[in-house]
Design a protein around this ligand. Structure first.
Ligand SMILES: Cc1cc2nc3c(=O)[nH]c(=O)nc-3n(C[C@H](O)[C@H](O)[C@H](O)COP(=O)(O)O)c2cc1C
Length: 336
């Protein structure tokens, strides 16, 4: 056994070279802890405990495959006791025809489950004095609260996209005044700049989800759909697919905001382009606030297979996060 291991080492040496370290700004501290521990990595989000700082970012509903995907995601999230956002629940506002796509409370158990609507629907419902429809929808899907997605670039590029006339901030403030439920606000993959973050942080939100630039890009997806619909792609608008802010940049801004301003929201879901747990852990370590790591496409890929595939991925993620917590730290000299 030992001989074959030694042989493996010789053969694998040349395939196992590294170039630069990928510490994402953290320092590797091998001297400080044993590695047989299972450190506590739980965190509170929106008043509920997550056993691991992981969040299934909002995805689908209203399609053939949605029920299968959401069931797989919810079962796995329930088992691991992590949180989940549903995809846009717009179709449930006026009918329960698609309810089975979203009816996953039975699978996720007591883990946090948030419904989801776009800012345009929220603005419309407020204008029509129909916020009660959101309240009813939350009750129907037994959600812990509502995620509002604000995605002006995607809507603009979408052939059948929504328009809204008020600033999302104004709409969100009015929603906070009228909806009796925790609210999370997110983008959908472009992230957002420091002034948007500052204004959101001033509000009593349950969390802000970054949905940062660097992963799935809906502006690109909608541009591709323009092609499909032959509705005339506007080449000059393609430039906008490169506009946005990555999670690392956003962590820096939130830290500045937390230092300088009186804020009411100090919980964040760091998401958008997070593919590795070392990356996610480094962003959490740098952020001076409670946070979870959110992922959409990474979970989607596994949910399209089966629940087992999602389970296996989450177990591995938890193992990686525990190891990262033991060995990868913020430098004590960071601010020197
Ligand atoms: C198939 C799919 C559908 C999505 N639908 C929604 C949605 O309905 N509402 C929403 O807030 N975000 C939606 N998103 C955006 C994700 O929540 C997330 O912000 C974005 O994909 C970036 O994360 P990622 O890089 O980990 O994929 C969707 C993402 C995917 C992949």
């Amino acid at each position: 056994m030992s001989e074959s291991r030694k042989q493996d080492h010789i053969e694998l040496t040349f395939k196992s070279q590294t170039s630069e370290s990928q510490n994402y700004g953290l320092v590797y501290e091998p001297m400080l802890t044993g590695i047989s521990e299972t450190p506590d990595i739980s965190v509170n989000i929106a008043g509920k405990r997550l056993e691991a700082p992981l969040w299934v970012s909002s995805m689908t509903g209203g399609t053939e495959k949605a029920k299968f995907i959401n069931k797989n995601l919810a079962l796995a999230a329930g088992k691991a006791k992590i949180g989940m956002g549903l995809g846009s629940c717009r179709s449930l506002l006026d009918s329960n025809d698609r309810l089975e796509d979203f009816n996953v409370r039975q699978f996720i158990g007591d883990s946090p489950l948030f419904a989801n609507l776009g800012i345009a629907q929220v603005e419309e419902l407020i204008e029509q004095n129909q916020v009660f429809k959101i309240q009813e929808m939350l009750k129907t899907v037994e959600a812990d609260g509502l995620i509002v997605h604000v995605n002006p670039l995607q809507e603009y590029m979408q052939p059948e996209g929504d328009r809204y006339s008020k600033s999302p901030l104004e709409t969100i403030k009015r929603l906070i005044d009228t909806l009796n439920a925790p609210i999370i606000v997110k983008e959908v993959g472009q992230g957002m700049g420091p002034s948007s973050l500052l204004e959101l942080c001033k509000l009593p939100l349950a969390a802000v989800e970054f949905a940062a630039f660097g992963g799935t890009n809906f502006t690109k997806i909608e541009q591709a759909r323009h092609d499909a619909f032959k509705s005339g792609k506007k080449t000059l608008l393609l430039d906008f697919t490169a506009n946005g802010h990555g999670a690392s940049e956003m962590v820096g801004w939130v830290n500045s905001i937390l230092k300088k301003e009186e804020v009411n929201c100090k919980t964040f879901i760091i998401s958008g382009g997070i593919k590795s747990m070392v990356h996610g852990h480094s962003l959490r370590e740098r952020l001076n606030a409670d946070s979870a790591i959110g992922m959409a496409s990474v979970y989607l890929q596994k949910a399209l297979v089966d629940q087992n595939a999602v389970d296996e991925l989450i177990s591995e993620q938890i193992e990686a996060l525990r190891l990262a917590k033991m060995l990868l730290k913020r430098s004590p000299f960071e601010n020197d």
